[in-house]
Design a protein around this ligand. Structure first.
Ligand SMILES: [Fe+2]
Ligand SMILES: [Fe+2]
Length: 265
């Protein structure tokens, strides 16, 4: 079986005929499953854009959301929307709401959006202001401390999710795929070919998710975990442990791309 991994396709910046063209390209790439690690579009257009993709791609499309998918809406409303899209479509599956998905005899998959948690780098002194703060209703009007608390509570939920699902996924199969939007380690926050600096790390990495998955994989040395994530738009590969590898997507606005086509056993 082959999987096509997409990430940060930001379809709100892509004209409809181009979205259709891109969808056909995915449909014909030789994969039997597509995975999307978030930043698919923006909330008001998410349903329409995913449905355009699902019209040409007849195989299952598993997705998690990215921070941009919550833009022009709230967190709760967008999570409900993801649920609705997933339950009204035959082949669009919001992976966060699923338990463990079996892809083959030896490979299972889990996923969750996750969130950058400000726990790596210098949140206090970073001059960087992500668009999340004025594009997602929940962040609007909060002071810097409250924004950090909200980011951390979102990341903590992802960590809880993986704490429950990852050990069971390791019991279920030798190889586990974890789909998430936010890179879980400092080393997986690629930006322009380098690991990003301390000013960007608070907004790029989810430390709590990284800590939990590293701990679980140390306890499961005979399993292999492959993480597919995006968010930083700088591509790279980070080997965190012998049995834990993270691929971060290279992405550019207006140019949706297939990141990798990987064969699974
Ligand atoms: Fe993105
Ligand atoms: Fe993102």
């Amino acid at each position: 079986m082959r999987i096509a991994w997409l990430s940060d396709i930001h379809l709100n910046f892509v004209p409809h005929p181009e979205i259709e063209k891109f969808s056909h390209k995915v449909a014909d790439c030789g994969a039997e499953v597509a995975l999307i690690s978030g930043d698919i579009s923006e909330a008001p257009f998410l349903k329409e854009h995913l449905n355009i993709m699902a019209k040409s791609i007849k195989f299952p499309i598993f997705f998690v959301l990215g921070n941009h998918d919550f833009y022009r809406s709230s967190i709760e409303k967008t999570l409900n929307l993801a649920e609705e899209i997933s339950s009204n479509s035959g082949n669009l599956v919001w992976l966060t709401a699923e338990d463990i998905v079996r892809l083959s005899d030896n490979t299972v998959m889990i996923g969750h959006e996750s969130w950058n948690d400000g726990r790596i780098g210098d949140y206090e002194n970073s001059p960087y202001v992500p668009a999340d703060f004025f594009m997602i209703e929940d962040f609007m009007g909060l002071d810097k401390d409250s924004k950090l608390k909200l980011m951390q509570s979102l990341a903590d939920k992802a960590a809880e999710h993986f704490k429950l699902t990852l050990p069971r996924a390791c019991q279920a199969a030798e190889n586990v795929i974890l789909l998430t939007h936010v890179p879980p380690f400092r080393e997986s926050c690629w930006y322009k070919g380098k690991v990003s600096d301390d000013e960007h790390q608070p907004y790029f990495a989810s430390k709590i998710v990284g800590d939990i998955i590293r701990e679980i994989m140390r306890d499961h040395p005979s399993n292999n975990l492959t993480v597919y994530c995006g968010h930083t738009h700088g591509g790279g590969k980070a080997q965190i442990l012998n049995n834990l590898i993270v691929y971060t997507a290279e992405a550019a606005y207006e140019k949706p791309a297939i990141q990798r086509i990987d064969g699974i056993k």
